[in-house]
Design a protein around this ligand. Structure first.
Ligand code: NAI
Ligand code: MG
Length: 499
């Protein structure tokens, strides 16, 4: 691994050390408690900004604003074309300010600039996709079999006030993913960003106002999960929660939602299998398997963290993946050469290095990595080396639990039935990968793996038009694709006697 160099451009107008305020009802306001929390750069430990810390009272104010905007404001009566115009303008702003947004996410959570900048097509594309969907909402005219003359039709109506709770691992994308679909459906939103990366959500919230979004339609309230997030999840006047994050928090949210039976969609964790057959293009597969596990320093919900390799090529293939890993440049994400940034926080560092110990204690071998990086410019940040465990058993914790760091366990398999059974022997079902040149085998696996996405000879590709989401404990509901907007709509049936 090469030593990271410090980038000269570590300043950002939105991360100038000053205080960032909550966005409620079209205004930037202090938290009602007056409290703030620090936002740190995980590559250097430096303070980027103080962020107003919203609590239950601020959430209540934001929900009230979102309710007014939905029931009384111009948003509820606005024609789809006019909503679309605002969303398109916002997409233009995201496009023209993308570098600023990308830099902010890099500073705030460490993801390399090459990756945040590389998301431009995705974030702008998502926003344009949602803007397009705004004018496509429709119900059905339905034949009924009731004697007499009755017309039946259905209409789709926005569910109302949406609470969006997002994680830190891809902040501005997560914002657009939730808010874009909710607005396309005509809902209003209270968004709580993650404590670790709140800044781009506030910046995007301001951009929505600049695009002409009426006050109160989108409110952004940073704060602690167990306080602000929990209040949003339990709030009696919130109609739906759209959540991305850990499975444990997803379960909490579901429990909290029971009070008013609000609708919930959950995009949760994973422990996705990535299966490599001996007949695959092994150069491509090795690169793909490494980035499936190590990309964004493994802080990806669909990361391919259980690598199954056909036994005849196991040793050679693992050596190739380790080769790719050793060439990856770990460092400050602002450096354009950096491929892997730091972990997001000291907590996440502790969690990941904890799993290094767990794996060793369980008897796994550390084939590569397995250490925190502490030399030179790494010293102040939260850096770890990309890590490969071998000699693993399927019942080990490092094979079953979501680590959310650049850690993969590699294990050989003997035949297709064996690997399908083992790949599916998990409580999760988010992503999966298959590497083979055999078309029949690819189809068989695509059908047999119980996960929301199967990537064949590629990994972690995402597109606004292609649905993404979980099976089993990876959650339910789909994001992306035309399916997503339905998650924010109610269906109303109308009966009309016509004789
Ligand atoms: P988390 O799931 O606790 O946090 C995600 C969001 O939920 C944040 O905005 C947080 O403030 C909020 N939240 C936390 N507790 C809440 C509650 N009781 N009610 C409502 N909202 C709440 O994840 P965290 O703590 O950041 O990371 C812990 C682990 O979770 C990671 O190591 C990783 O394994 C997993 N994770 C998975 C993600 C995924 O996309 N699958 C994303 C983030 C974390
Ligand atoms: Mg948490």
């Amino acid at each position: 691994m090469t030593t990271p160099s410090q980038s000269p451009i570590a300043v950002h107008s939105y991360a100038d050390g000053g205080t960032k305020r909550l966005l409620i009802d079209g205004h930037l306001v202090d938290a009602s408690s007056g409290r703030t929390f620090e936002s740190l750069n995980p590559a250097t430990g430096e303070r980027l900004a103080l962020v107003a810390e919203g609590d239950a009272h601020d959430i209540d104010l934001a929900v009230a604003a979102a309710r007014r905007a939905f029931d009384e404001g111009p948003w509820g009566t606005m024609k789809p074309f006019d909503r679309q115009t605002i969303l398109s303008r916002f997409a233009d702003l995201v496009e023209s300010h993308h570098e600023e947004i990308a830099r902010l996410d890099t500073l705030d959570m460490g993801m390399p600039l090459t990756r945040t900048m590389g998301n431009r097509r995705r974030s702008v594309g998502m926003m344009r996709f949602y803007a397009g969907l705004t004018t496509t909402l429709r119900g059905d005219t339905i034949e009924n079999s009731i004697p007499g003359d009755f017309l039946t039709y259905s209409v789709k109506e926005p569910v109302g006030v949406v609470g969006a709770i997002i994680p830190w691992n891809n902040p501005h994308i997560a914002f657009i993913w939730k808010v874009g679909a909710a607005l396309a459906a005509g809902c209003t939103v209270v968004l709580k960003p993650a404590e670790e990366a709140s800044l781009s959500a506030l910046l995007l919230g301001e951009m929505l106002l600049e695009a002409g979004l009426p006050a109160g339609v989108v409110n952004v309230v940073p704060g602690r999960g167990e306080v602000a997030g929990a209040r949003l999840a339990a709030h009696p006047d919130v109609d739906k929660i759209a959540f991305t994050g850990s499975t444990a928090t997803g379960q909490e949210i579901l429990r909290a939602s029971a009070g008013n039976l609000k609708r919930v969609t959950l995009e949760l964790g994973g422990k996705s299998p990535n299966i490599v057959f001996a007949d695959a293009d092994l150069d491509r597969a090795a690169e793909g398997a490494a980035m499936a596990a190590f990309g964004n320093s493994g802080q990806v919900c669909s990361a391919g963290t259980r690598l199954f390799v056909e036994r005849s090529i196991f040793d050679d293939f693992v050596a190739r993946v380790a080769q790719v890993a050793s060439a990856l440049k770990v460092g400050n994400g602002l450096d354009l050469e950096t491929q892997l940034g730091p972990l997001v926080s000291a907590t996440q560092l502790e969690r990941v290095t904890g799993y290094f110990r767990v794996g060793r204690d369980e008897g796994a071998s550390v084939y590569a990595g397995g250490v925190q990086l502490t030399e030179g410019a790494y010293a102040k940040g939260f850096f770890v080396a990309p890590t490969i465990f071998t000699d693993v058993r399927d019942d080990m914790r490092v094979v079953n639990e979501e680590i959310f760091g650049p850690v993969v366990s590699a294990t050989p398999f003997d035949d297709m039935d064996d690997v399908v059974r083992r790949a599916n022997a998990t409580t999760f079902g988010l992503g999966s990968g298959v590497w083979t040149r055999d078309v029949a085998r690819a189809h068989h696996l695509a059908k047999s793996i119980r996960s929301g996405t199967v990537w064949v000879n590629c990994y972690n590709l995402m597109d606004p038009a292609v649905p993404f989401g979980g099976y089993k404990m990876s959650g339910y509901g789909r994001e992306g694709g035309v399916h997503q907007v339905d998650e924010f709509l109610n269906v109303k049936s109308v009966w009309l006697r016509t004789d």
